[in-house]
Write a protein that binds this ligand. Structure first.
Ligand code: FAD
Length: 471
C-alpha cells in the first residue's frame, strides 16, 4: 500500500491531523490497533471519566440541596445502567468519528504498526482481522501513538483488584474501600467517582501535596473538600508493597501514616503516564527521543527524521487531548507549506474534581522557578453573588500579570465550573490582554465569569465588589 500521508494513532491528535490533511487535499491512511477511533481520550480517558464524574456531580448537588431544605432519599445505584450509559456516550462519539473519516475519504486500517524505515510501516493484524497489505509506504507520517500508564516496579500484581485507570473506568464494582496510589489528576478524578458511589477512598501521594506542580492556593480548597469526600489523604507517603489476600489487597505504607499495613477492597494505581515510544521500531528511522522517551520535535512538530512528524502525548508534556489536537493541525499545516508554528502562550489544564481546578499560561510556581517578577490579583468567591447563591464560596480566581506592563501572563481558578471559566483566560493570555482590557470587558451578572473581570479590577483600584485599603 502507498499513501501520501500515514497517520499512526487515531486519538485526538491523530484523527484531527488526518481529517485536516484530507480537507487540505492530501491522500490519508490512518492506522490504529483499536477497532474504533478516539484513542485513549475517547475510549478510556477524558470522555468516560467525565461521564462518570457527571454522575458524581449530580449526586453531590442533590446532597447540597439539603442546605436549602430539600432532602432526597439514599441513592439507588444501578451499575449496569451506568456502564451502559457511559458506553453509549463513547459509541455515539466514535460512530461520529467513523462517519467523519468516511466523508473525507480517510482510509482507516486496523493494525499494529511499526516502522521498518523512514518511509515504511509494517502492519500486523489485530484479532485476526485480514489486512489490505502488510506494508504501508508513505511520503510523510504523523506519529500520534499517545502514552501508556506508568507502573511502579514491584507494585504490579496480576490481580484484577489492582487496577489502572482503564480498569477503574470499567466500574467493575463499588468496593467498600479503594486505595488510590497517586495524588495527580487522574487519581483524584477517579477517586471522586468511587467516593460518590459509596467507596471509602484513601489517597496516598509521595510528595508533600496533592497535584504536584499546581499552585498551592488553588489546591488548598480542593484538599479541604476532598478531606470530606475521602476517608483519608496521606501525603509524603509511598506504597512499599501490595499483597493479594484473595478477597482484598494488603498495602504496606512507607511514611507518616498509622497503621502501616492496611487492607482495601481494590487499589487504583495512577502514578502518571509515559510516552508510547518504545516498540514502534523508531530505531529503524532517524527519529530521536529525549531522556524521558518523548519524541523530539521542533515548533512545526517535525522530528529529526524529515519524513516523520510527531504530535500529542508521544511528543511531550502536557499530555492533554486539546494540546494533541492543536499540534496535529499545526503539523498538517506545516506539511501543506503554511507558515505555522505551535507556540501557544497558554495551554489550559483542568482537574475535574469538586471543586474543579483550572489554570492556563504562567503559574506562580513556574514564575518562582524562572526567577521572573510577577504580581497576582486574587478575587475570593465569597464576594460573588452567584457563588453565594449556589453555596459554592470556596473558590478563587487569580490573574498572574507582569507588574510593569500589566499584561496578563497566567490565570488560575479553583471552584465549581472552573474548567469552563478558564477559556476566557486562555483567550486573554493568547491575545496579550492587559488587566484594563479584562476590567473593561462587561461580564454578565450574576455569573462566576464576573470573577475574572473583578480580579483584574483589583490591582487597578477599580473593584467595587470588594474593599482593599490603599497600600
Ligand atoms: P492517544 O489518545 O493516546 O491515542 C494514541 C492511539 O495510538 C491509540 O488509539 C492507540 O491504539 C494507537 N497506537 C499506539 N501505538 C500503536 C501502534 N503501534 N500501532 C497502531 N496503533 C497504535 N486529557 C484532557 O485533555 N482532558 C481530560 O479530561 C483528560 N482526562 C483523562 C483521563 C484519563 C483516565 C486518562 C488516562 C487520560 C486523560 N487525558 C485527558 C489525557 C488524554 O487522554 C491524552 O492526552 C490524549 O488522549 C492524547 O492524545 P494522542 O492523540 O496523543 O494519543
Amino acid at each position: 500500500m502507498d499513501t501520501q500521508l500515514a497517520v499512526l494513532g487515531g486519538g485526538p491528535g491523530g484523527y484531527a491531523a488526518a481529517f485536516l490533511a484530507a480537507d487540505l487535499g492530501m491522500q490519508v491512511v490512518l492506522v490504529d490497533r483499536e477497532a474504533r477511533l478516539g484513542g485513549v481520550c475517547l475510549l478510556r480517558g477524558c470522555i468516560p471519566s467525565k461521564a462518570l464524574l457527571h454522575v458524581a456531580k449530580g449526586m453531590a448537588e442533590a446532597r447540597h440541596l439539603a442546605d436549602w431544605g430539600v432532602r432526597f432519599g439514599q441513592p439507588q445505584i444501578d451499575l449496569a445502567a451506568m456502564r451502559a450509559r457511559k458506553a453509549k456516550v463513547i459509541d455515539t462519539l466514535t460512530g461520529g468519528l467513523k462517519q467523519l473519516a468516511a466523508k473525507r475519504k480517510v482510509q482507516l486500517v486496523r493494525a499494529r504498526a511499526t516502522f521498518e524505515s523512514s518511509q515504511l510501516l509494517r502492519l500486523e493484524p489485530v484479532d485476526g482481522q485480514p489486512l489490505p497489505d502488510d506494508r504501508l509506504h508513505f511520503q510523510h507520517c504523523i506519529l500520534a501513538a499517545g502514552s501508556v500508564p506508568t507502573t511502579i516496579p514491584g507494585l504490579t500484581l496480576d490481580c484484577p483488584r489492582v487496577m489502572d485507570s482503564t480498569a477503574a473506568l470499567e466500574l467493575p464494582d463499588v468496593p467498600e474501600s479503594l486505595l488510590v496510589v497517586g495524588g495527580g489528576y487522574i487519581g483524584l478524578e477517579l477517586g471522586t467517582v468511587y467516593a460518590a458511589l459509596g467507596s471509602r477512598v484513601t489517597v496516598v501521594e509521595m510528595t508533600d501535596g496533592l497535584l504536584p506542580g499546581v499552585d498551592r492556593d488553588l489546591v488548598r480548597p480542593l484538599h479541604k473538600a476532598l478531606e470530606k469526600q475521602f476517608a483519608a489523604i496521606h501525603l509524603n507517603t509511598k506504597v512499599a508493597a501490595l499483597k493479594d489476600l484473595g478477597h482484598s489487597i494488603e498495602a504496606v505504607f512507607d511514611g507518616p501514616v498509622q497503621p502501616k499495613t492496611q487492607r482495601f477492597g481494590r487499589v487504583l494505581v495512577a502514578v502518571g503516564r509515559r510516552p508510547n515510544s518504545s516498540n514502534l521500531g523508531l530505531e529503524n528511522t532517524r527519529v530521536s527521543l529525549d531522556a524521558k522517551g518523548f519524541v523530539q520535535v521542533d515548533a512545526q512538530r517535525r522530528t529529526t527524521d524529515p519524513h516523520i512528524f510527531a504530535i500529542g502525548d508521544v511528543a511531550g508534556e502536557p499530555m492533554l487531548a486539546h494540546k494533541a489536537t492543536h499540534e496535529g493541525k499545526a503539523a498538517v499545516e506545516a506539511l501543506a507549506g503554511h507558515p505555522v508554528e505551535f507556540r501557544p502562550r497558554a495551554i489550559p489544564a483542568v482537574v475535574f474534581t469538586d471543586p474543579e481546578i483550572a489554570w492556563a499560561g504562567l503559574t506562580e510556581l513556574q514564575a518562582k522557578q524562572q526567577g521572573r517578577k510577577i504580581e497576582t490579583a486574587v478575587f475570593p468567591w465569597g464576594a460573588s453573588g452567584r457563588a453565594q447563591a449556589a453555596g459554592r464560596t470556596e473558590g478563587l480566581t487569580k490573574w498572574i500579570f507582569d507588574p510593569q506592563s500589566q499584561r496578563v501572563l497566567g490565570c488560575g481558578i479553583v471552584g465549581a465550573g472552573a474548567g469552563e471559566l478558564i477559556a476566557e483566560a486562555v483567550l486573554a493570555i493568547e491575545l496579550g490582554c492587559h488587566l484594563r482590557d479584562l476590567a473593561e470587558t462587561i461580564h454578565p451578572h450574576p455569573t462566576l465569569s464576573e470573577s475574572l473581570g473583578i480580579a483584574a479590577e483589583l490591582p487597578l483600584g477599580m473593584a467595587t465588589d470588594i474593599f482593599r485599603p490603599k497600600r
